[in-house]
Ligand binder design. Structure first.
Ligand code: NIG
Ligand code: FE
Length: 421
């Protein structure tokens, strides 16, 4: 007797991990769809995938059955980029931006990221945990079952550790699976404003080794941009991080074209993220080194900036993943569904590409592709059921959520009411 059978899915979108790696270029169009599909799940893993006509008889005795008639079934989304552990919101700055203030000007005046840093430092670990848990639930309710999450609102030893410990605790509690990233180099904190070197040295000599010693993160990220860290500073910090044993990610070419993508390729980073202003050379080098482009169309939309050149990036053969960039400043959006819609309707990706980028490719961007990101025998049973008859509907009908059920390691962790078709 198996734990769960999902059957009668109008489209079972497996995403088919045939290469055991990210899909590139035209491969992204192949969703491995099974019409009238079924998935057999046992002990948190996928046991069998196939036609309902075969699996329904075979697993008649399943402990639980979900009739997914009129619905599509797809891998739980993997959000490749968030700033999950924070407290407080910044809608006042949002209003300032609507009236013409620039994101980076607000930051330079001591607001923006620094505004949230003040709140996170003041919060107790329990308060931060409570807020972060609420953020995690928001992600789950939009079909996300695994997410990356960055620190970067502590900007000192104690509070960066506090953020990462909160992520560890939340990951242990579940159901959202969290891949932590250390982002101590988010901006220079207020108290080191007149001595940037001192903060960089603190990161390199104290905070980064401590994060590794406590095994709190295996990725190190940096905000390489105007108002944050220069290209030279970024290179120095990332080289040090790599020496210490971190894998690298870079917030690159978001506000200004500093050459973060080129740097990511030079250092063999796992990913360069944002890339609104990436250069053609940067794209070429990323393709050569297999650096993931983590694209964040919610940020472009929320900041009313151009979108990253997704078509160029895909055509060049760069592996592309998607993320919400969920954070209280540049993109207060936890809806992965909306991110997929913006990827298609704003950034020019095709629906199939957006689905691949937010499941299989984002899983590989987090080195999790062997366990999640597709519906295949042996992978973790992380599944989202959407109340739409086919995947085109996810993009066609906008402005409301389609998430019906979210399943993590074989357990139903979220259910919504509809209405569905
Ligand atoms: O990815 N760019 C840097 N960090 C975030 C914004 C963080 C914030 O505004 O609080 C981003 O957009
Ligand atoms: Fe970000």
């Amino acid at each position: 007797m198996i734990d769960l059978l999902i059957y009668n899915a109008s489209q079972l979108i497996t995403v088919k991990d045939s290469k055991r790696g990210p899909k590139i270029g035209e491969e992204m169009l192949d969703l491995g769809i099974i019409e009238n599909g079924a998935v057999a799940i046992d002990k948190g893993k996928i046991l069998e995938v196939g036609q309902s006509s075969e699996l329904v008889g075979k697993y008649r005795e399943a402990k639980k059955k979900i009739d997914a008639s009129g619905c599509i079934v797809l891998p739980g989304f993997v959000d490749a980029h968030t700033h999950l552990p924070f407290v407080g919101t910044r809608e006042d700055e949002f209003l300032m931006r609507l009236r013409g203030a620039e994101y980076v000007e607000i930051l330079k005046a001591g607001g923006g990221i620094l505004n949230t840093v003040k709140k996170v430092r003041k919060a107790t670990k329990e308060e931060l945990l409570k807020a972060t848990k609420a953020h995690a639930l928001k992600l789950i309710s939009s079909g996300v079952t695994t997410t990356e999450a960055k620190s970067g609102y502590g900007l000192n030893l104690e509070d960066e550790i506090k953020q990462l410990e909160v992520l560890r605790e939340l990951n242990e509690q579940g159901p959202l699976e969290i891949v932590p990233t250390f982002l101590g180099a988010h901006v220079i904190p207020e108290e080191y404003k007149s001595d940037r070197r001192k903060y960089i040295e603190l990161l390199e000599n104290v905070v980064m080794p401590e994060v590794l010693k406590r095994n709190l993160a295996m990725y190190c990220d940096i905000f390489c941009d105007e108002g944050a860290f220069s290209l030279e500073e970024s290179e120095e910090i990332l080289v040090k991080a790599k020496e210490l044993g971190f894998k690298l990610r870079i917030h690159a070419d978001e506000i200004a074209s500093l050459g973060g993508a080129e740097l990511a390729a030079k250092l063999g980073a796992k990913s360069a993220e944002h890339l609104i202003k990436v250069s053609d050379r940067g794209i070429e080098l990323m393709a050569e080194r297999g650096v993931f482009a983590v694209l964040l169309p919610g940020t472009s939309f929320s900041l009313r900036k151009p979108y990253a050149p997704a078509r160029k990036i895909i055509s060049a053969g760069v592996p592309v993943a998607l993320g919400t960039d969920f954070n209280p400043g540049s993109c207060y959006c936890s809806s992965m569904e909306m991110i997929l819609q913006l990827a298609v309707l704003g950034m020019g990706m095709f629906p199939e590409e957006a689905i691949t980028a937010s499941t299989l490719n984002s899983a590989y961007a987090l080195d999790m592709g062997d366990r999640v990101g597709s519906i295949e025998v042996g992978k973790q049973a992380d599944v989202t059921i959407m109340g739409v008859p086919n995947y085109a509907f996810l993009f066609y009908e906008i402005g409301r959520t389609h998430v019906k059920s979210v399943i993590k390691r074989g357990e139903i962790v979220y259910e919504a009411q509809g209405p569905y078709y």
